[in-house]
Design a protein around this ligand. Structure first.
Ligand SMILES: Nc1ncnc2c1ncn2[C@@H]1O[C@H](COP(=O)(O)OP(=O)(O)O)[C@@H](O)[C@H]1O
Ligand SMILES: [Mg+2]
Length: 246
């Protein structure tokens, strides 16, 4: 197991956003987290990656207790995340969006020349299918490409585990397919992926195991087939008509 999340609870005042959630992720798997809006998915990411402190519970990454560590410390250990609302440096060129995190990392670990950084950035752009956008300003990219730039930026920090918050959110079906291809390639390249995704077609298409949350609680965990026929999951999603197949 690369990540072990044990009994995490996170409250906001009287609201229990994440309620005693436990799950583990195996090395090199694609692990999905689903649930209706407000189920606590993003909050769980924020707790795991150090942006919020949990009220209860423990998080173990590669055998190290990372509970309560700062986001940059956790990132340095190889656990990176993307945001539901993507945050590229819009006024910067695509390539520079990758060089910034590399120079930050260089400042910390040293040992990389400018030339190596540019080479590595070019490789990453190729990997996510954005080579042709190298010298465009990030703000010129359509949403699907911004989502992939977001993944590229995380890759610049060389993650072992990458947590993606709705990488296909707001995309057209074609753009979704492109993101799904990138996620599969991540795993092939040895990166473990935890992905929050609202769209069932995407989740079912890429994940090996899925956990479902509802009102902060874990209501199910299993293979896509098991999740697809789980009564509680179906009930939680009833009324959210745009999910299935969309
Ligand atoms: N910083 C915050 N302060 C107060 N309430 C929050 C905060 N972040 C999230 N919440 C609440 O916690 C619940 C879970 O939110 P969130 O984790 O964003 O859900 P999801 O990502 O599954 O849609 C929601 O009711 C949301 O309003
Ligand atoms: Mg969310």
């Amino acid at each position: 197991m690369i990540l072990e999340v044990n009994n995490i609870t996170k409250r906001f005042g009287g609201l229990v956003a994440v309620d005693d959630v436990t799950f583990s992720v195996r090395e090199r798997e694609i692990f999905g987290i689903i649930g209706p809006n407000g189920a606590g998915k993003t909050t769980l990411f924020n707790v795991i990656t150090g942006f919020y402190k949990p009220d209860k519970g423990r998080i173990i990454f590669q055998g190290n207790d990372i509970t309560g560590k700062k986001p940059n410390e956790i990132a340095k250990m190889g656990l990176l995340r993307t945001w539901q609302i993507v945050r590229p440096f819009l006024g910067m060129k695509v390539i520079d969006n990758l060089l910034v995190p590399m120079y930050v990392k260089k400042g910390i670990i040293g040992g990389i020349t400018e030339r190596e950084a540019i080479e590595r950035a070019n490789e990453i752009l190729e990997f996510v299918g954005l080579s042709h956008r190298r010298d465009f300003l990030a703000e010129a990219l359509p949403q699907g490409e911004r989502k992939r730039l977001e993944i590229a930026r995380a890759l610049a920090s060389e993650p072992k585990l990458l947590m993606l918050d709705e990488p296909a959110g707001g995309l057209t079906p074609t753009e979704m397919d492109e993101v799904m291809d990138v996620v599969r390639k991540l795993r092939e390249s040895g990166i473990t992926v935890v992905v929050i995704e609202h769209n069932m077609r995407v989740v079912m298409g890429i994940c090996e195991r899925i956990m479902a949350l509802n009102f902060g609680r874990k209501i199910a965990e299993g293979t896509p087939e098991e999740i697809g026929r789980n009564e509680e999951v179906i009930k939680a999603y009833l009324g959210e008509r745009f999910h299935v197949g969309g």
